[in-house]
Every structure is written in C-alpha cells, then in structure tokens.
Ligand binder design. Structure first.
Ligand code: ATP
Length: 358
C-alpha cells in the first residue's frame, strides 16, 4: 500500500478550522480507498507561535518540511501581528526556498452555486489562473530609509528573471495543452511597466511557437478584469505575474460564488521539494471560532494535493463529493447564502465518502 507523509500547517484564524475539516475528510477518503495511507503530522506554526517565539516557524522548519511528500496549509494572518511579518515569515518563507514557482488556482462554478454573473451556469466558467510564485513583485527587494520623516522613501522592486519568466510561462502553456479548450491568455502590464513586463512579452514570444496547437492571446491586466466579468466563457488558462495573478484570482473566486471555495496549489513541478496546497482565503478573523467557515476551499485544495500525489481516483471521488454537497442545496455555508456550519458540511462529506446519502 502506498503511503504519503503530509505536513499540515493549519496556521491562523479559520485556517485551523478548515484544515481540521480537510484532514477529517482526507482520513475518511483514505480509509475508503484502501490503496493508500496518509501520515499527517501537524505543525503549530503561525502567529501564536510567533507571539511566543518571535518567529513564525522554527529555524529548522524548512528542513523538516523537505522530508514530506506534500504540505497542507491553512492561513497566516493575525490582527496582533503585522501582515508582512506573518506573510513573509511563513507562507512566502516556504514557497520561495522550496521552489514552488507555479501557483495554480482553478476557478469553476460548482453545481448549485450561483455566482454574481448573469446567464452563467456550471461549465461556462472554467478557468485556471497560473501565478508566478517566487519572484516578481513579491521578490522582497526594496527598503525604507528616513523612516518617520517627511522625506521618507519606501521602495519595492519587482524582480523578473528570464529563467523564472520562461519556466512559469512554459508551465502554463503545458497546462493549457492538457485541457480540452487548449487556450492560454498571457496577462501583463507592458504598456506602463516597460522593462520587466516587456521582458515577459519577449520571453513569451520566443517560446509560444513551440505550442502551435494552442489558441493564444495577450491582455493587459486592467482589460483582463473587464473580460473576466463581461466575457467569462472566452477564458481558459491565464498566466500572469505574482501580483497580477493574485488579484485576478481573488476576482475569479468571487465570480464563482465566494472566496471560501477557491483552492490553490503551490507546485514545485520538478518534485525536487514538496508542493503546498491551501485554500485561497486568509484567516478571516471576523468569523473565527464561530464554526461557520466554509471548508470547501480546503477540501478542493485536498483534491489538488491528491492529484499531485498521483491518487487520481481518490481526487475524482473527493471532487464529486464536493459537487454533490454543493448541488444538494440545503448544505450551503453562510458565505454562499446558506446556514450550514463547517461541521455540518464536513459531516455531509464524510457521510457521502462512507457511501451513505445526505
Ligand atoms: P488574511 O489577512 O489572512 O488574508 P483576511 O481576513 O484579510 O485574511 P480573507 O480571509 O481572505 O481575508 O477573506 C476576507 C473575508 O471573506 C473574510 O473576512 C470573511 O468574512 C470572508 N471569508 C473568507 N474565507 C471564508 C470562508 N472560508 N468561509 C466564509 N467566509 C470567508
């Protein structure tokens, strides 16, 4: 029997609630499947850990993580800790050194969920947004001088390397090739940002000829937001920089009903290091502890994790269970207009996976 070592980092706020729900569902799924085992080790890293230890994870945290097959992550963010500390101290501190350069964010209207767009049903909106995940605007280069004075300077430098650009663009082109629609949109802002973004265009121009079977187009990021709202069926795979794709994927999540359902895979495609799977949403402190967090984003992220591990059948079964729950109608969480709790949705998933009706 195959066995996978999973590092769970529930983190802050509702991250802890939805990752616990996800682990319960994953354990049920593995027991039902019978062909693989999951050994899940949970790490208490995050903002509580920071308040006690002055760091979001221990110094040997990365070395610990390298021994796992995958990482199942909740969220990092707490009102008591400045956002840039929690983000850079945990999520980015994992993604960048583990070379998880492909951030993959599927966005799909699930059955039973009505998004804010008119005349759009399941199947009409089926996108994958590919975000560069290790450099660009989130490279961390910059600084502040003369802090607190009127002549203070704050500098954030976006760093785009040819190598980093080409590898994410090729990843997205290959992904588009594997999908039925075979379409790819390159998103930049190369009219206003005339150096790194123009290099993105040039790099893309040099490699797109290797993909004559794809339908390819290019858009500026501002125009892309309009297209996502007004012409959603024209989109398939989108590739963009770290910042641009971060924003576009939040919009995508909202257009599919709620940020609470959207999943993310932070992939190291070469499999040199473990990849990390997490719901797109953050710690949502406004609903923490109320038991109403939507766990679907965490479940869908678990689907991506199983796919990456090669457990395709289990991934399909889990996705089908999610879709049965959403299409059922009576088990909707508050962010999708219902009143089901995290627990009720998780229990419904477990009942389905155990072969019962809901
Ligand atoms: P962070 O600072 O960690 O990114 P945040 O609270 O600023 O977190 P999000 O958690 O991404 O931002 O989400 C914004 C709002 O959307 C939340 O305050 C919450 O009301 C809602 N929300 C997000 N995720 C969920 C979820 N899984 N279930 C229900 N509501 C959610």
């Amino acid at each position: 029997m195959k066995s996978y070592a999973i590092a769970a980092i529930p983190g802050d706020g509702i991250g802890a609630e939805v990752i616990q729900a996800g682990m319960n569902v994953l354990k049920t799924l593995a027991a039902r499947d019978g062909n693989f085992q999951l050994h899940i080790e949970t790490f208490d890293w995050g903002s509580e850990y920071y308040l006690a230890n002055d760091c979001m994870m221990p110094a040997d945290g990365l070395e610990k993580l390298k021994k796992f097959d995958a990482i199942y992550f909740g969220s990092a963010g707490d009102p008591r800790v400045q956002d840039h500390i929690s983000l850079w101290g945990l999520r980015l501190a994992i993604c960048q050194p583990l070379e998880q350069y492909a951030n993959v964010r599927p966005a799909r209207l699930l059955p039973g969920i009505e998004g804010p767009l008119k005349n759009i049903g399941p199947g009409d909106l089926d996108w994958v947004i590919v975000r560069e995940n290790t450099e660009g605007e989130y490279a961390g280069a910059g600084g502040r001088i003369h802090q607190g004075f009127g002549h203070e300077i704050g500098l954030d430098v976006a760093i785009f390397t040819r190598e980093g650009t080409e590898r994410i663009q090729r990843f997205a082109l290959e992904l588009a090739r594997s999908r039925p629609a075979k379409k790819l949109t390159l998103v930049t802002k190369s009219n206003a940002q005339r150096h790194g973004m123009v290099m993105w265009d040039d790099t893309f121009a040099a490699i797109r000829e290797d993909y004559p079977d794809l339908t390819i187009d290019k858009m500026l990021v501002d125009a892309m937001t309009t297209r996502m709202v007004l012409d959603p069926t024209s989109i398939d795979v989108v590739v963009a920089t770290n910042l641009h794709a971060d924003i576009l994927s939040d919009l995508a999540a909202a257009l599919t009903g709620s940020i609470g359902i959207a999943p993310t895979a932070n992939l190291n495609p070469e499999r040199q290091f473990p990849s990390m799977f997490e719901p797109i949403h953050g710690s949502a402190f406004d609903i923490m502890g109320k038991g109403v967090a939507n766990p679907i984003g965490a479940f869908w992220s678990a689907v991506l994790m199983l796919e990456h591990l090669g457990e395709k059948i289990a991934a399909t079964i889990l996705m089908e269970a999610i879709e049965r729950v959403t299409s059922y109608g009576n088990i909707m969480p508050a962010d999708l207009g219902g009143s089901a709790t995290t627990r009720e949705i998780t229990d419904a998933m477990i009942r389905l996976l155990e072969g019962h009706n809901i």
